[in-house]
Design a protein around this ligand. Sequence first.
Ligand code: HEC
Ligand SMILES: [Cu+2]
Length: 363
Amino acid sequence: MTDTPGSEPTGPEPGSEQRLPATRPPAEVAPVERFTSPPSIRAVELSPERAAQVVRQSSNARWVGFLATVIVILFVALYWFYELGAPLGLTEPRLEAEIAAQQVTAVERGYLVYEANCARCHGEQGEGGIGPVLNRQDKLFAHLNENYIKNVLTVGGRYVCGDPKSLMPAWSDTGNPPGPLNYRQIEELIAFLLATNDTTYIVRDEHLLDPKVDPQTGEVLTFTGWRDPNYLPAPGATPYPDCWKDEFASGGSASPGPSGSAAPPASADPSAEVVTITAAAIAFDPTEVTAPADAAFTLSFDNQDAGIPHDVQVKDAAGAVVFKTDVFPGAEKRDYSVPALAAGTYPFVCSVHPNMTGTLTAQ
Ligand code: HEC
Ligand SMILES: [Cu+2]
């Protein structure tokens, strides 16, 4: 770059920086007093009034501090007892009460799930029907435990006896094929099935808010669990079989009638009178039958319930089994020859479904 005329360098003129900083004319202001507060404030000596005020204020401050400490201590103590329960068991610990309340909620929900899905096969009270009994103490004691129920509901009825044609489908949505119930409903069902019979629960609407009321009496509907928490199996008793059908297998431990082996296979005398009993839809038909007294007769037992095992156990007035058929699933018909019975009435029952009953009259 060469200096050419007309392209003068712009910028400060040489020497102009020497004029900075701009000098000011000396200030001609009178010096100001630094303190503008009145002299009484600035005074350091303790007047009697000031001394009294200091004493009053510090006493007040101590009181405020003391009360605050008392409030904190009281709060801690009260909260301690609220959370962990008052001494001598005066109140329940909050968390335990919360757990108990949740348990009640689970059982009350489980009841609704059960009545909606399971009662049609296992009975309103678990008394059995198309499906096996669930409310018996010997079953509830160990056989029906949490794990087992969870597996049965996940795998379906074939988990029980390995029967691929079991009538019970898988219920859990993790099953194969998936069922309609989610894991919470499964847990609620387990809570309900294992609920003890010493607690009364309230039947509620589906949102678990309002109790259901009997439309006739206006009373709140309640239910209790099935399990007796104090139940102990008889010493030396065989545990409940893994497959419920084994309970009814001939010679099974659970139904030792006096004439337990008196069920000769069907070789009925063709000349004997034939009494027919049909089992259909978990009920006997007819429920009243007559047979000849003091003469052997043929019992023709027609089980029309496909896949559902039934039998006929004829009992005397004392409840002892005088004759029983095999337990066999339908649809099938078998004939048995029954030894002579003295005149009288004999109740008969299906051992798989204790609510299937009838009466045989020998005359
Ligand atoms: C269609 C009828 C049916 C329905 C509905 C049903 N079950 Fe079952 N359930 C059965 C049958 C049949 C068995 C026996 C399994 C087998 O051996 O085939 C069974 C077996 C069981 C067992 C095992 C019983 C034992 O003695 O080991 C449990 C537990 C059970 N069901 C619970 C339930 C629950 C809970 C529900 C409702 C979600 C339910 N069932 C719905 C038919 C049904
Ligand atoms: Cu039956």
